[in-house]
Write a protein that binds this ligand. Sequence first.
Ligand code: TMP
Length: 237
Amino acid sequence: MQKVAELYRGKAKTVYTTEDPDLLVLEFRNDTSALDGERIEQFDRKGMVNNKFNYFIMSKLEEAGIPTQMVRLLSDTEVLVKKLEMVPVECVIRNRAAGSLVRRLGVKEGMELSPPLFDLFLKNDAMHDPMINESYCTTFGWVNESNLARMKELTYKANDVLKKLFDDAGLILVDFKLEFGLFKGEIVLGDEFSPDGSRLWDKTTLNKMDKDRFRQSLGGLIEAYEEVAHRLGINLD
Ligand code: TMP
């Protein structure tokens, strides 16, 4: 499937149209951003690692009955996907306290959250992705109640699948973000799942193996992503 035209350039991916109006190509670039895109750096191999990582995770979620936009891998850095009408709301699950939850509530990083927390954020860089709740979605017309309920159900289901997958690889799934869209009226998982949009800690050392290495200038970003991929059995060659 050939790329026809650039449709949208995001912070880490570029989206292209194809000859088929229902299909798009996502290209994973080497860019890594923090602070809502104010800080951007390039890392060799990152586009390839995240593309293969995302494809692997999405395939596991699809096998577990979660509809995803994946069609097939096209190259090291490109994947063919269904074209979704994206919902501008991010779904976050937190199994442990970290990041904005720690800043907002002053709880201790690493605190176990049982049952896990479910948060919603508006996708809006200019407003720094503000936290919202269910009633905002209907009032502002971002997504209707039944579609939001489906997004929440699928996010919890993804958590069950992924918590186990990462645990078996010696990792703690601390938290993660998912984005959904509509394909022919159905809620479908879109965007990506990678260490850019999740927190993954080593089970024994509690070392951070995700984008917090970049956010907190800890170094070794790609090495950590590759180690996670290796532990999951993802072939990066
Ligand atoms: P937070 O601690 O900044 O609220 O983020 C929680 C998780 O969701 C973390 O794994 C990062 C991810 N996330 C994104 O990838 N993009 C976003 O815009 C937001 C709000 C969260």
